[in-house]
Design a protein around this ligand. Structure first.
Ligand code: NAD
Length: 488
């Protein structure tokens, strides 16, 4: 079976692959600006049908109670996806602009394999826990805690790592026994829609358990946050949209689970390998053109080593040009769209207006007349209060900031509305630990350490979000607990 749709990709609603009532919209290759095909354009009526299907499947089938069946469906999905891995990876490069070195990792292969982790959790989770006997109000009672699926999940996802984020939502939600309506970003509809095709044609998921609704209209996603039949909205995207979703969810008091933006700091202590740290910071910010919420975008270095750090980072960036994502060795591909490129370029202009110096990059690559590319860019001469240091740019743009010692570095890292991730480079364990403990973020790497894995909860402090994705904590986001007591 070829995944690439002959006409347009379909919606998956109530177990059937169907066209969107709104016709189709274009899927664009961000490296070439070519239209590579079409996706089904869902309307409000299609979303309504998807929510109905998910509600009925949750309320009237045994899906939420049959842990072994859910595990087997998820393993079937993992295996079917991996059987199509070459095609999914090639399409991820075309649709997302993902460099091929990432499609073998977090842009497809890793997250597809991780569905097995959630299948295992469905079977191994301690669904019932004995709380023993107690004497509330003097009466002896035997108590237990039962964990149950929370209901219908509306999953709304962005375009930057669509497979990773789609699977990190549908994997644990389905493993927990929820039913799901997935609404992917308009820029990357195929990454989700083609998973829907695999589900419909190659797995035993019952009708309505998983529904996939692509649309060019953000309002179709907004339905998930306001519809009272949806129990949880699981959202990844910008902080601005997260706030709208939380407000829209208030009326039906549904649970919101939010993975939002970041402006993470890469702290270099004065006893660190400066050149190694700067090379890693450059690599990190150009990876997938900086379109990662957990990417470190502020490089915070000892003031007395600032000049040396600028040179080392600039040299490292010079070896990581923006290029064709299909070309082996490319680290920095294109931005997803013209709008995103305009946004990144506007932030470079703002940084210059605020007194920043562009040390390298700052524009479009001279050798490319097509594609939404921006050169890897290093900006110096700003302090942490500058807009380029405070606001999420979501491009290959690194701001280098001087610190005056470990405490100052921690303060700079924390002087941000966000709290998603971070990195510290140093040699003294006590000093490293002080930084790790002092920085208020959901994840921290030490000397290049990589925390990303299926069993590691990921999420943010402050305006980077609410809740955790992946790991047992990510699975438990989709559960409710029920306390049961009887006289003993
Ligand atoms: P976005 O917020 O514009 O859109 C994300 C999704 O929300 C899309 O599917 C979109 O259609 C939908 N949407 C838009 N308006 C909506 C509304 N009012 N109600 C419901 N749904 C709505 O974000 P984006 O531009 O697609 O992605 C980039 C942003 O996502 C960046 O800010 C980035 O930091 C963030 N992000 C965060 C994480 C994380 O895990 N913390 C991961 C990836 C991306």
């Amino acid at each position: 079976m070829s995944l690439r749709p002959a006409a347009a990709s379909d919606l998956l609603i109530d177990g059937k692959l169907i066209p969107g009532s709104g016709g189709t919209f274009d899927v664009i290759n961000p490296a070439t600006e070519e239209v590579i095909g079409q996706a089904a354009d869902a309307t409000a009526a299609d979303m309504d049908a998807a929510i109905t299907a998910a509600r009925v499947a949750f309320d009237t089938t045994d899906w939420s109670r049959d842990h072994a069946f859910r595990a087997s469906c998820l393993r079937q999905l993992r295996d079917a996806l991996l059987a199509h891995a070459d095609e999914f990876k090639a399409l991820a490069t075309e649709e997302i602009g993902a460099p091929s070195f990432l499609t073998g990792g977090p842009q497809f292969q890793g997250p597809a394999e991780d569905l097995g982790y959630f299948a295992d959790l469905a079977e191994s989770y301690e669904w019932t826990r004995d709380l023993g006997v107690a004497k509330p109000m003097g009466l002896k009672n035997q108590r237990e805690l039962r964990y149950e699926a929370a209901g219908v999940v509306g999953a709304i996802t962005p375009w930057n790592f669509p497979h990773q984020i789609n699977f990190a939502k549908i994997g644990p939600a389905l493993a927990a026994g929820c039913t799901v309506v997935l609404k992917p970003a308009p820029d990357t509809p195929w990454a989700a829609a083609l998973v829907g095709k695999v589900i419909a044609e190659e797995t035993d998921f019952p009708a309505g358990v998983i529904n996939i609704v692509t649309s060019s209209d953000h309002g179709v996603g907004a339905q998930l946050s306001s519809d009272p039949r949806v129990d949880i909205v699981s959202f990844t995207g910008s902080t601005a949209t997260g706030k709208k979703i939380m407000a829209a969810a208030a009326d039906s008091l549904k649970k919101v689970f939010l993975e939002l933006g970041g402006k993470s700091a890469f702290i270099v202590l004065d006893d660190a390998d400066l050149a190694g740290a700067c090379a890693m910071a450059a690599f990190s910010v150009v990876t997938h053109a900086g379109q990662g919420c957990a990417i470190t975008t502020r490089l915070v270095v000892p003031r007395e080593k600032l000049a040396e750090a600028i040179t080392a980072t600039r040299d490292a960036m010079a070896g990581l040009p923006a290029d064709d994502p299909a070309k082996p060795g490319t680290i920095c591909g294109p931005l997803i769209s013209a709008a995103q490129r305009d946004r990144v370029e506007s932030y470079i202009a703002i940084a210059k207006e605020e007194g920043g110096t562009v040390e390298i990059g700052g524009g479009r690559p001279a050798d490319k007349d097509k594609g939404f590319f921006v050169e890897p860019t290093l900006i110096s001469g700003l302090d942490n209060s500058a807009r380029a240091a405070q606001e999420e740019i979501f491009g290959p743009v690194l701001v280098i900031i001087a610190h005056d010692g470990d405490d100052d570095a921690i303060a700079i890292a924390n002087d941000s509305p966000y709290g998603l991730s971070g990195m510290v480079y140093g040699t003294d364990e006590d000093r490293i630990n002080k930084v790790v403990n002092g920085v208020r973020t959901g994840t921290m790497g030490v000397n290049g350490g990589i925390w990303y894995s299926a069993d590691v909860p990921f999420g943010g402090y402050k305006q980077s979000g609410i809740g955790r994705e992946m790991g047992v904590a990510g699975f438990e986001e989709y559960l409710e607990s029920k306390a049961v007591a009887r006289p003993a």
